[in-house]
Ligand binder design. Structure first.
Ligand code: GUN
Length: 282
């Protein structure tokens, strides 16, 4: 059994991107990311800080817009419109979830698809569906990179994704399908879940419930990718997989923290570099 070191693979990916950003600078092309955060959700604050730190490390210019929780749609959409028009901003990201009085869908739709480094805009979602994508959804793309780095080829494999969110489950399934996997998507209404997960050569858990995937649900020798980030009552982070017991049975497993999480930010940086290149016709 191998524990997949997402931190190391993320560091390697970011180093490659740092060199690419340097090369672009020499050509006079700057890469910039605008990050919008509304309100003071503590988890969102941590994510936004990590995104800013990654930009610094890679030499990507970043701007943060921390808006008060009572911001209205007019102000938020006005800011996005301004950022859409700026040539020094390659990518725009609005950290989700937004406070309840704001219309998340309208915000996603307002970001120019060319700057939508989360790949949440319907244009980019559609492109992913037909396999013609510029931006990869960050978390699923990070998972694909982990699989590639470990030499785990999805082609012809039974891949089971637990979770059907627009951010992870659905795009994850599409990326695996593009790589010729046989993909099954499971969710809260799935019957006989463990009968299905036991068929999985590659099992991706994106449920949002601590220790949801137990050893009896896992096929011997499977590769287990844990996308969950759950905070236990004692403050500790853990994934969706019962790591200690499942690791005895599988061939590969990602830890939480230090597995899929660090890859998400690396892929966001990759999308930001892609955006800058596209906007400069490279
Ligand atoms: N909230 C949780 N995950 C994400 C993400 O990938 N992007 C944004 N913008 N918000 C999030």
């Amino acid at each position: 059994m191998k524990i997949i070191d997402g931190k190391a693979i993320s560091a390697k990916t970011k180093e490659e991107l740092r060199l690419e950003v340097l090369g672009l600078k020499e050509k006079g092309i700057s890469v910039g990311l605008a990050v919008i955060i509304v309100g003071d959700d503590p988890a969102s604050r941590v994510y936004v800080n990590n995104k800013k730190k990654a930009c610094e490390l890679l030499g990507i210019y970043s701007e943060e817009y921390a808006l008060p929780a009572d911001t209205n749609m007019e102000n938020l959409l006005g800011l996005i419109e301004e950022l859409n028009g700026r040539s020094d901003i390659s990518g725009i990201l609005c950290q989700l979830p937004l406070p309840r009085h704001l219309d998340e869908k309208a915000v996603i739709n307002a970001i120019s698809p060319e700057k939508d480094v989360d790949a949440f805009h319907p244009v980019n979602v559609g492109k992913i569906m037909i396999g013609d994508f510029d931006f990869l959804p960050c978390t699923p793309a990070g998972v694909m990179r982990l699989l590639d780095e470990e030499g785990i080829d999805p082609e012809g494999k039974n891949c089971v994704v637990i979770g059907r969110s627009n951010v992870v489950g659905k795009p994850m399934s599409m990326l695996l399908l593009h790589r010729n996997a046989t993909v099954t998507i499971c969710h809260s209404k799935t019957k006989n879940l463990s009968e299905i997960t036991k068929q999985a050569d590659i099992l991706v858990a994106a449920v949002g419930r601590a220790n949801f995937v137990t050893a009896d649900m896992v096929k011997e020798g499977a590769a287990i990718i844990d996308v969950g980030i759950n905070r236990l009552e004692n403050g500790k982070l853990c994934g969706d997989v019962d790591f200690e017991n499942v690791k005895e049975k599988c061939s590969f497993i990602t830890p939480v923290p230090g597995g899929a999480g660090p890859m998400t930010i690396a892929m966001l940086m990759a999308n930001t570099v892609t955006a800058a290149k596209k906007q400069n016709n490279l």
